[in-house]
Design a protein around this ligand. Structure first.
Ligand code: DI6
Ligand code: FE
Length: 399
């Protein structure tokens, strides 16, 4: 059988089924950027490959997926970090006009090209570790024009680099100063003007919101979900990060792809997510950086069979993290996730959190040939090390 490229002498973690899907003597074959075979060499058809690539026993995993980032934003919040080091809390800083709103001011002042330029080093850091799909949110513009500028910048990043970008509209991230005291008015503007305009321009793959005491309440979140559903867009939610507003349950009942953070998730939330098949996206970088002490209820999620994803939450305020490998290490160390759970969290389950299960996340015939090839002796090393990047090669759409 003819194929374009064939990776041979490899060990595979296909990430199909429940665990790692280990194949000790494996091959991956691709035609036109799609996997046509991934599995044991002994069962493979006799391939006539245009290019055969010997892997010397290296491990191949699916290309990694960072399913929750705020990669596009202007400026940084190193100064707030300094304030927090001498005692200020994240919520105090937010209430004093810092926090998300300070990044909003910088992002509004930035041009679209500035946003692309400042995000590229962050994107390149992810790519250097084998990321082939990245989700990018808006949420620091908070006007129609500035939210669309952020989303266009995100789309541009997907053209500037060999990476698949999925956008989420996060207009309901913080209340902009123009709407001070009128959160309901802002939600109305989001639902009736800003979101439809961004969706109409083809800039929105999903709709997200920050359901939190310092964000938006459950009723306002529900209005965002209704607006998304009217436009035929899937939803996801920042839920139960700092408090429990029962956002995960609300999200699950709306059929959300994922509910994210979840440090304060309760049993009802877990049950609702399990029933709906909503992915629990854990963000250990934010947990670490804010020195949160409430660990997400991993045992409960596991027992209920809720799929768990892990992401960087790369953002300037609570998770200035651009390493998905380190996020996995933190997921294991801080949340006691297993190696299999960590790897599933940045492949198969991250794909599901983006609604891309048919396209990426496992090594399977029919999916995009997105591969990460690693210089490791066992997959656990990808989770175990801190700060070493063992990526040997990265393949996106077969190239
Ligand atoms: N939760 C977070 O951790 C980030 N956004 C959110 O809704 C924080 C964003 C920021 O502080 O800039
Ligand atoms: Fe976030």
């Amino acid at each position: 059988m003819r194929c374009d490229r064939l990776w041979k002498d490899a060990r595979l973690a296909t990430m199909t089924g429940e665990g790692l899907g280990v194949v000790e003597r494996g091959v991956v074959a691709a035609i036109d950027g799609r996997i046509v075979y991934a599995g044991p060499a002994s069962d493979a058809p006799a391939f006539d490959a245009q290019h055969a690539i010997g892997c010397d026993g290296r491990w191949i995993t699916p290309g990694l997926i960072d399913c929750h980032t705020h990669l596009v934003h202007a400026g940084d919040r190193a100064h707030e970090f300094e304030l927090r080091l001498v005692g200020a809390s994240y919520e105090e800083i937010a209430r004093a006009g810092g926090g998300i709103v300070s990044t909003m001011a910088a992002t509004r002042a930035a041009s679209e090209a500035d946003l692309v330029g400042s995000a590229l080093p962050r994107l390149d850091a992810l790519i250097a570790e084998g990321v082939t799909t990245v989700e990018i949110k808006s949420g620091y513009g908070l006007t129609r024009g500035d939210e669309m500028k952020m989303l266009r910048a995100a789309r541009t990043l997907g053209v500037a680099r060999a990476v698949r970008v999925r956008t989420s509209f996060l207009g309901a991230h913080a209340l902009p100063p123009e709407f001070a005291g009128d959160a309901d008015g802002y939600i109305a503007a989001l639902c009736h003007d800003m979101l439809p305009a961004a969706a109409e321009a083809g800039l929105v793959d999903a709709v997200d919101a920050f359901c939190e005491g310092i964000g938006f309440c459950a009723a306002q979140t529900a209005r965002m979900f209704d607006a998304a559903q009217r436009l035929g867009l899937p939803v996801k939610l920042h839920a139960e990060q700092l408090s429990n507003l029962h956002g995960a349950q609300l999200a699950a009942e709306a059929g959300a792809l994922s509910a994210d953070h979840l440090e304060h998730l309760d049993a009802d939330g877990i049950a609702a997510m399990a029933k709906a098949g909503t992915v629990a996206t854990l963000l250990p970088g934010a947990f670490y950086f804010t020195r949160e002490t409430n660990v997400p209820p991993v045992d409960g999620l596991r027992a209920a069979g809720v799929p768990i994803a892990i992401a960087t939450d790369c953002n300037p305020g609570t998770s200035p993290l651009t390493s998905l490998l380190l996020a996995m290490n933190m997921g294991a160390t801080l949340f006691r996730l297993t190696v299999e759970e960590c790897l599933a969290g940045v492949t198969r389950n991250a794909a599901r959190a983006l609604g891309l299960m048919g396209e990426v996340g496992t090594l399977e015939a029919g999916k995009s040939c997105d591969l990460a090839i690693w210089d490791v002796e066992r997959p656990a090393e990808l989770v175990y090390r801190m700060g070493l990047n063992p990526l040997h090669a990265r393949i996106w759409k077969g190239l």
